[in-house]
Design a protein around this ligand. Structure first.
Ligand code: APR
Length: 279
């Protein structure tokens, strides 16, 4: 009988079928959507894991609500909580994870189309993924500017200030300096909207892999459901989003463990270890 749905490109909804598809000619362009869960094994807490997540640990900074740490009005009134957090999660103190090295391996095999990340830790580029393949949808610590006169601020000076628990101020107008992280209510970088839209319209992705995110913050999260016509994989400790399509694969567990098993299946495990050793 005629099957209503699109021809199944996967033989099964398991890791082995995923590996087989990734090695096939039909899989040339892989898109990734990353969240804080891919950096927890580096020592950077995520936001919402009960107990360990940043939002349950920011209470000691006596914030009106945890998200206030990323709100502009609160930051203007009191930049100390943000800079306290910034010191704790400052990228230069951390090393990429095995999952970040997996992204570099995908690129080495010419399979990486775009790595969309919500993370501000810059560990994707630190793992050797080319910047032009990375979309830091919520900005990152990579650059910073004055929130009043918008003057860019020196990279080395802000790193020194943050690690010395000082609040950096603009040398021109004495305004507060803030890393170019997207605060709640701010627009996401133009590149995000352009790339997300072209992904949706052109349907360039042959595979979407979503890793380490609760898919709770939009507009980033909604991209997972706007990608159509290709298999989607969720790699996460717990089930999130709506991965109930015929070609969806849900692999629950730690992303580093799942990535290692997948690379073993692909014959890329030595390469994965070599890439991670090099970080
Ligand atoms: N392996 C797999 N999944 C993990 C791991 C791990 N080692 N560690 C944590 N996770 C999962 C958690 O179970 C959770 O589902 O990753 C997810 C992390 O979710 P959040 O803490 O909500 O982080 P994220 O989705 O990135 O948050 C989105 O919220 O505050 C904003 O701008 C901030 O970018 C952030 C956005």
């Amino acid at each position: 009988n005629h099957s209503e749905s699109s021809p199944k490109v996967l033989e099964g909804n398991d890791l082995q079928s995923l590996a087989k598809y990734m090695k096939s000619d039909s899989c040339r362009n892989i898109c990734l959507m990353l969240g804080a869960g891919v950096s927890t094994s580096a020592g950077i807490p995520d936001f919402r894991s009960p107990g360990t997540g940043l939002y349950s640990n920011l209470a000691r900074l006596n914030l009106p609500c945890p998200e206030a740490v990323f709100e502009m009005d609160f930051f203007r009134s009191n930049p100390v909580p943000f800079y306290t957090l910034a010191k704790e999660i400052y990228p230069s103190r951390y090393r990429p994870t095995l999952t970040h090295s997996f992204i570099k391996v995908l690129h080495s095999h010419g399979l990486l189309h775009t790595c969309f990340t919500q993370n501000i830790d810059t560990l994707e580029r630190r793992a050797g993924v080319p910047e032009e393949k990375i979309i830091e949808a919520h900005g990152s610590f990579a650059t910073q500017k004055c929130i009043d006169c918008k003057d860019p601020y020196d990279d080395a000076k802000i790193e020194k200030a943050i690690l010395n628990s000082e609040i950096p101020r603009c040398e021109r107008c004495k305004g507060l300096v803030k890393p170019n992280i997207v605060f709640f209510g701010e627009a996401l970088p133009k590149r995000f909207y352009q790339s997300a839209l072209s992904l949706e319209l052109e349907g360039d992705a042959d595979l979407l892999i979503v890793m380490g995110t609760s898919l709770t913050v939009n507009p980033f999260a909604s991209m997972a459901d706007r990608v159509k016509g290709c298999p989607r994989v969720l790699i996460n400790l717990n089930e999130v989003g709506n991965f109930h399509r015929q070609d969806d694969i849900v692999l629950l567990g730690k992303c580093d463990d799942i990535v290692r098993r997948l690379c073993r299946e692909l014959g890329w495990e030595e390469e994965l270890d070599r890439e991670w050793e090099a970080t």
